[in-house]
Design a protein around this ligand. Structure first.
Ligand SMILES: [Fe+2]
Length: 197
């Protein structure tokens, strides 16, 4: 049994999420509440200090797995992105994702699919929007939304709330804008990591 004590701000976040899952009727309303809770957590100084100790996740396509709820299934992940990283274009299958930045900046790209989906292994994309992800901001990504996170001028730290863990359960979309190649692939490997206080 783990005797590790969680960082209090992180433990509070988990309990507030559990309350949201217990009281709200559907995934969209739970994740909208979760996004608001995450927006508070990414401003917390103790969380911002803690992320500086996280191991790098860019090498080998990894997510740190901080928590997966045993009753409701929501999952909390972290990523450490190196400066100027080139993020792949992807979706998160049927799950909802809230993506918040603790430190550093990233460029968040959204794409729209403009073909009719009839050609196997092919997707034609158009860039829909580009927004700056800055510390304290949280982006809510609905099911199958196509997007990419591009690195900023310095290392960046992202905190992610997922309606459920995707990696290891279902394949998620991966897109190449230049060639039109569309595949469904395994998501990043989840590496368990405790946020301690
Ligand atoms: Fe993503």
């Amino acid at each position: 049994m783990s005797t590790v004590k969680r960082l209090p701000a992180f433990e509070k976040f988990i309990q507030e999420l559990r309350a949201a899952w217990a009281t709200l009727p559907d995934t969209e309303s739970r994740m909208t509440k979760g996004r608001d809770l995450l927006a508070e957590l990414v401003k917390d100084e103790t969380m911002r200090e803690s992320c500086q100790r996280w191991p790098d996740t860019d090498g080998g396509r990894r997510n740190l797995l901080f928590y997966e709820d045993p009753d409701y299934g929501f999952a909390i992940n972290g990523v450490v992105h190196s400066a100027e990283r080139k993020g792949s274009i992807h979706d998160h299958a049927h799950s909802w994702t809230a993506y918040g930045i603790l430190a550093g900046t990233e460029t968040l790209e959204r794409f729209r699919r403009v073909d009719d989906g009839s050609k196997e292994g092919y997707a034609k994309l158009e860039l829909e929007s580009v927004t700056q992800g800055t510390p304290g901001k949280v982006d809510l990504v609905p099911p199958f939304d196509i997007h990419a996170e591009q690195g900023g001028p310095a290392i960046s730290y992202g905190l992610i709330l997922r309606s459920e863990r995707v990696a290891g359960k279902v394949l998620q979309g991966n897109y190449n804008m230049e060639t039109g190649l569309y595949r469904r692939i395994e998501g990043p490997t989840n590496v368990p990591y405790e946020i301690t206080g």
